[in-house]
Design a protein around this ligand. Structure first.
Ligand SMILES: [Fe+2]
Length: 484
């Protein structure tokens, strides 16, 4: 492991950022009484967030933050007051490891069982970490992880009920991705699941408002695919097939985790797949190699399909031989906001970069998902160029092509900004952005509320938690008030 020297030009200290990946073993349940500013009374509901909460077991550190055990936070807002609760998702593997207090399972990204070859070879199972997203829909709360079916929890107590196979549809362990999208027109939760090998199979789902699940087609295409997110429009399901290869041998022999056997193939194209929702032939377009984890949104306009995404020039992964808490950001590829314009009839694709500043975790107003959007909100770095941890919230106005940035540097590190529309709002940006900001000096986290219309005015409320919350992944808001 190599220590990184912090320079005064940096907006952060690496050691401060790295502490955000400390385990939070305690489970809390309390009214938040330390508030700077005021919580809007119109803000009613619950923000659920998911992310790794534990990064070590029995004194042994996990090798990748995404191998961390899923922990759900519920922050409920009711009449100007807020309540915090957190609980680990008690997956079968988590309960076994909790009981024995040692690593018993292989993980997807980098953490193997102790004992090397003899203990890991020919073991093709994974720990279900249930750590990527959490969504309340059709009366159910699900903790989501892209390689397995969801875990169902009770929305008020966050108690784990068990794996939900969606009425048998996900039997045989079929996955249900961590990036479902609520269709604002039909009220259905749109999602996909992917299984990749020498060829890739993708299945699309619609979960009706009453919880009934409809399978909307299963498609197979050649080659391995690492697909984390998708988008949809009126007529298409859209996925990007990132150019990745998997070398299975070190995984089979138990020398490396599956995630470490992935390689960015810079001699292969990135393929954009448009799958007609009402049936018909899949449209495949090829582009120079790049990698996308997350899309912002997609829509159709004058016969064209527009997809906005966060694009990297290569796959973003941890650095071999270096503790992930000591990441050297200066050598990491940056995530930039790009627009892809596709003419499905002419089979033509054009693309351009819209925001140079490195960013991740894009969000839009939920009422424009799958439809034209004017604004996007992302977690971004403090500086306009280069790479660094996420410390700022950026609002992009696609119509005017202007940005607004509010930074929490040097001490603050942000998470995904979830957009919550103001009830009965008419304008697309009339609402709040809620992000969790890790305050390194105090080793505590704040729940920060920004007015999405104007980030420059700074937070309208800072809700100070009694402890830190490790850097999380994704979350969703529901107008139901739970976890009081
Ligand atoms: Fe994601």
């Amino acid at each position: 492991m190599t220590a990184i020297s912090d320079t005064p030009q940096r907006s952060y200290r690496t050691v401060n950022w790295g502490r955000g990946y400390s385990t939070l073993s305690e489970e809390h349940n309390y009214a938040i009484d330390e508030v700077e500013g005021s919580i809007p009374c119109e803000l009613q509901g619950t923000l659920f967030r998911n992310g790794p909460g534990r990064f070590d077991r029995g004194g042994v550190s996990y090798q990748h933050p995404f191998d961390g055990d899923g922990m759900i936070c519920a922050i409920s807002f009711d009449q100007g007051k807020a309540h915090f609760k957190n609980r680990f998702v008690r997956t079968a593997e988590y309960l076994q490891e909790e009981k024995e207090d040692r690593i018993l399972h292989k993980n997807v990204f980098a953490t193997l069982k102790p004992g090397g070859f003899w203990n890991n070879a020919f073991d093709f199972s994974f720990k279900n970490v249930a750590n990527t997203n959490v969504v309340y829909h059709g009366g159910k709360l699900w903790a989501l992880w892209e390689a397995a079916p969801p875990y169902q929890l009770t929305p008020d107590t966050l108690e784990t009920l068990g794996i939900d196979e969606l009425g048998g549809i996900l039997a045989k362990g079929l996955p249900f991705s961590a990036h479902p999208k609520l269709n604002p027109v039909t009220g259905e939760l749109m999602n996909f699941g992917v299984r990749a090998g020498l060829q890739t199979t993708v299945r699309f789902y619609r979960v009706q408002p009453n919880g009934q699940v409809v399978v909307d087609g299963t498609h197979t295409f050649p080659g391995f695919a690492f697909v984390h997110d998708f988008v949809y429009t009126e007529n298409y399901w859209i996925i990007f097939q990132n150019p990745m290869t998997l070398d299975p041998l070190p995984f089979v022999l138990g020398l490396k985790a599956a995630g470490e056997c992935l390689k960015f193939a810079d001699n292969q194209p990135t393929r954009i797949l448009l799958i007609p929702r009402s049936g018909g032939e899949m449209i495949t377009l090829e582009a120079d190699p790049f990698f996308v984890f997350h899309h912002i949104n997609a829509f159709e306009e004058q016969g064209k399909v527009i997809v906005d995404s966060i694009r990297y020039e290569e796959y973003l992964t941890t650095q071999e031989g270096r503790d992930f808490r000591e990441t050297d950001f200066s050598v990491l590829p940056t995530g930039k906001m790009w627009r892809f314009e596709i003419d499905p009839k002419a089979r033509r694709l054009s693309s351009r970069v819209l925001v140079e500043r490195s960013s991740e975790f894009p969000q839009v107003n939920p009422s424009v998902v799958g439809r034209p959007h004017r604004y996007a909100y992302v977690a971004a770095i403090d500086a306009p160029q280069g790479n660094a941890p996420l410390q700022a919230i950026l609002k992009m106005d696609f119509q005017e092509e202007v940005q607004q940035v509010y930074s929490f540097a040097p001490d603050g590190f942000v998470s995904e900004p979830v957009f919550i529309p103001r009830p009965s709002s008419q304008k697309e940006d009339d609402g709040w952005l809620i992000t969790l900001v890790y305050r390194a000096e105090e080793h505590r986290t704040e729940v920060v509320i920004l007015d999405a219309r104007d980030l420059d005015q700074g937070p309208i409320a800072r809700l100070k938690l009694k402890h830190h919350v490790p850097f999380g992944l994704h979350g969703t808001f529901t107008p139901h008030v739970f976890a009081r």
